[in-house]
Ligand binder design. Structure first.
Ligand code: SAM
Length: 219
């Protein structure tokens, strides 16, 4: 079966994705902040396509799920997308949220340089396998280690573990991270702790993709 492109993905209609967000993001935010995030805290995500009808946000897309669970208000959501067509759909769907076109790391770095960066959570929801994903994730760890405003942060990393004939394990993620200078820097200079649970779930899109989630806490 041919895999769907990111433009074709409908994360809002996928119960597996919704459950994975509940088990990882919603749970971590509730454990740390209770019912609702403080007003000055931001929610940053590699957001994917959140609208399939022009001018309308999908039910149960990531920001909609977080708003419905009362964790955030729309203006606390900061969604970054690298695909211009997806960004166009998202930014037409709601003016209340903050949408950006660009690379997730670079957009957050820009906001940090402007002193407008105050994340409670950063969701690095990647479509990468551990080899590429660990190097990208380590870059974000370094940014959050050096960003002064990022004092208490939950950092969520999603990796593609199994796709067609490729298969990886959690050890591949951890081994991949440990090789990265950005990761070594972050572990020495930031107060990071790796959550003691990993989550694995079936991916969205009807193929045989498996995803794994790791969660770091900076405090
Ligand atoms: C797995 S989806 C996001 C799903 C969303 N977080 C959710 O919970 O429904 C990942 C999205 O990130 C986009 N993407 C991939 N690399 C990126 C990068 N370096 N910066 C920003 N977006 C990226 C992809 O085009 C894709 O739409």
């Amino acid at each position: 079966m041919k895999s769907k492109t990111q433009l074709e993905m409908e994360y809002g209609t996928c119960p597996k994705k919704r459950q994975a967000r509940t088990d990882t993001i919603v749970k971590s935010l509730r454990d740390n902040y209770g019912h609702t995030l403080p007003d000055n805290k931001q929610y940053w995500a590699m957001c994917g396509r959140c609208s399939h009808e022009i001018g309308q946000l999908d039910d149960n897309c990531e920001p909609n799920q977080m708003i419905k669970s009362k964790l955030i208000t729309p203006n606390q959501f900061h969604g970054v997308e690298i695909d211009p067509e997806i960004y166009e759909y998202n930014s037409n769907a709601s003016q209340e949220m903050n949408w950006y076109l660009g690379d997730f790391h670079d957009v957050m770095a820009e906001y940090s340089n402007k002193h407008e960066f105050n994340p409670a959570i950063v969701n690095v929801d990647m479509v990468y396998m551990p080899k590429r994903g660990s190097s990208y994730f380590a870059k974000i760890l370094q940014l959050l280690t050096t960003a002064k405003e990022a004092k208490e942060v939950i950092l969520v990393g999603n990796f593609v573990m199994e796709s067609r004939h490729w298969r990886s394990s959690i050890d591949d993620i951890i081994d991949g991270l440990e090789k990265q200078p950005c990761f070594q820097f972050s572990m020495h200079n930031g107060n990071w702790e790796l959550g003691d649970q990993y989550y694995t779930y079936l991916g969205t899109g009807g193929d045989s993709t498996t995803m794994s989630t790791i969660i770091y806490h900076k405090g």
